[in-house]
Design a binder for this molecule. Sequence first.
Ligand SMILES: [Zn+2]
Length: 273
Amino acid sequence: MGLGSRWITIALFLIGLAATIIVVRMQQSPPRLAPLVAEANVVAAVPVLSGDALPQNTDLLRITVAPQALPASVSIETITADLYAALAYVSERTAINLTAPIAVRINASPDCALHGVAYTDIREVQVFTCSALPPSRAVNILAHEFVHQLAHDYYGAAHLRSDPILLEGWATWGAGRYWLGQMPDFRTFVGTRPSLPLVASHLGRPAAEMNTLYYQWASFVEYLIITYGRAAFDDLYRSGAGTPGSADYQGVYGIDLPALEAQWRTWLNNGGS
Ligand SMILES: [Zn+2]
C-alpha cells in the first residue's frame, strides 16, 4: 500500500514535471516561425575585411546601430562597408543573391555576449555585441546570418523546415573566411578537433559545443558538395523536416546518413593526404 502510493506520488510528480517543462518550452518559444537561429560566439574567425567602396546597390542592407553596440571609433560608413563586403562575399560563395533588402540590427549586449539571430521570414538579421568587442566579430556573425537569408530567398518555404545539420552547416560553410580565420577550409578546421555525432541538437548546448557542432556541420556540407555536387545538395536541403537528420539522404544520394557520416569521417581523417 505504502509502496503503491509512493509510486503514484512519483508518477504524479513526473507528470507534473513534464507538464511544467512543456509550459516552459511553450513560453520560451519564439513568436515567429523557425528558423529563429541563435548563434554563440565564433571563436576562430579573423576575417580580412576589404572595407572597399560600397557596391552599387547600397539599398540592400538597412543598417541600424544601437548606442554602445560598437566602439566609438567605428563610423557607420566603416561598418556599412564591412557588411556590404561580407554580403558580396557570401553571395558569391553560395551563388545566391538577396531577392530584396534586409534589415540589419546591431544591438548592444549588456553582458557582451556575442550572438546573432535571423528572422528570415521578415527579412531581418540581428547581432548582439558591445563596444568592448572588435566590430569584426559582429561582422563574422552577420556573415552567417546573411547566408540564412540567402537560403530563404533561394530555397523558399522549404528553408523554414530544413534539416538543422544542413541549415546551420550551410550558413557556416557559406560564411567561409569569416568563420575560418587562417584555415583554408572546414575540412582542415575540423580535422584537428574532436568530433560530436552529426545528429545532435545544437539548442541548449554550451557555446563551445555549439560552435564545434556548427563547424562539423559546415565540413559535412563541404564534403557533400565536393563529393556529390551542388544540385544534389539543393535537393537534399529542400527535403528536410525540421529536425537533425530529417533530410532525405537516402533518397538523394542512395546512401543513408550513418553511412554518409562514416564516409565524411574517413574524408576528414585523410584531409592531410
Ligand atoms: Zn545560424
